[in-house]
Design a binder for this molecule. Structure first.
Ligand SMILES: [Zn+2]
Length: 273
């Protein structure tokens, strides 16, 4: 097993996920730097914290933590939001980039113990921070969040969040609260945000969403009762949309897009059978 702080061998081509200020180093072609260390114009990585974070297409992946505004990587490319990788719809690559970003954020925010205030040390055989004064150990925090496409006849419930760009509509989403099973989160969030009751939720898929540390857990559910009453604190507007006359929805590669497309495929299939 490769340990977190092990270095790659000189003759081993690897993926380099370099994070600076929450952004990821990408080449001009919006690719992740990949290959032998000697073939890439990277600075001396002995100067940087480097963490083994997993494998992608049978190659090892390393996280490199750069300083904010670090110019030593300019010969490789520039630091951009991990969101840039959603466009390509390469789910595996996006997931690893999400992991790199979240681990970098975890290490940056757990330098001191939350219980006793002593300096924490990185554990050398797993990705964790440990306090040797009080034995408190922390792991990267993941915040589960439900996201749900709700169906009523041949329509889907879409709403525009206050932070969404003008004209962009999406399905409902919300954080799981402490002690809450997902089934309850679904019912509570949909009731709070849209005032309707749902039934028959079905799990469809999930997606790591590292802004900053969500895990989106995607469902399709059916409307049961109630008229839409949009929560004015969270949403601008919302309603039922014909699945074949959709407004602008989140881009391909996002879980919201996948859920809406899945629902559309199911409705189309029903019509044709
Ligand atoms: Zn402590």
């Amino acid at each position: 097993m490769t340990k977190p702080y092990q270095r790659p061998a000189q003759d081993e081509p690897v993926w380099w996920f370099v994070i600076s200020g929450g952004e990821l180093l990408m080449t001009e072609a919006k690719q992740i730097p990949h290959g032998l260390l000697e073939d890439l114009p990277l600075p001396d990585l002995n100067e940087y914290k480097t963490v083994f974070i997993g494998e992608l297409r049978e190659r090892h992946c390393y996280l490199v933590i750069a300083d904010y505004g670090d110019t030593n990587f300019n010969a490789v490319g520039e630091f951009l939001s991990v969101r840039e990788l959603i466009v390509g719809s390469d789910d595996e690559l996006f997931a690893m980039a999400a992991r790199a970003k979240q681990i970098a954020d975890f290490l940056a925010t757990h330098r001191f113990c939350g219980r006793c205030g002593a300096r924490m040390q990185a554990v050398d055989w797993e990705i964790a921070m440990h306090c040797h004064s009080c034995q408190h150990r922390c792991y990267p925090r993941i915040s589960p969040c439900i996201i749900v496409a709700i169906r009523k006849d041949n329509q889907v419930l879409l709403a525009r969040g206050k932070r969404h760009p003008e004209g962009l509509y999406s399905v409902l989403a919300g954080f799981v609260e402490a002690g809450e099973p997902l089934e309850q989160t679904l019912i509570r969030e949909v009731m709070e945000e849209a005032g309707v009751r749902i039934k028959n939720p079905r799990y469809v898929t999930s997606q790591s969403w590292p802004f900053p540390n969500s895990l989106m857990i995607g469902f399709i559910a059916e409307w049961e009762s109630g008229d839409i009453r949009i929560d004015p604190f969270e949403l601008e507007e919302g309603g039922w949309y014909d699945i074949n006359k959709l407004p602008r929805i989140p881009q391909e590669g996002t879980i919201a897009n996948k859920l809406i497309k899945r629902l559309k495929a199911e409705i189309d299939q029903e019509r044709n059978s």
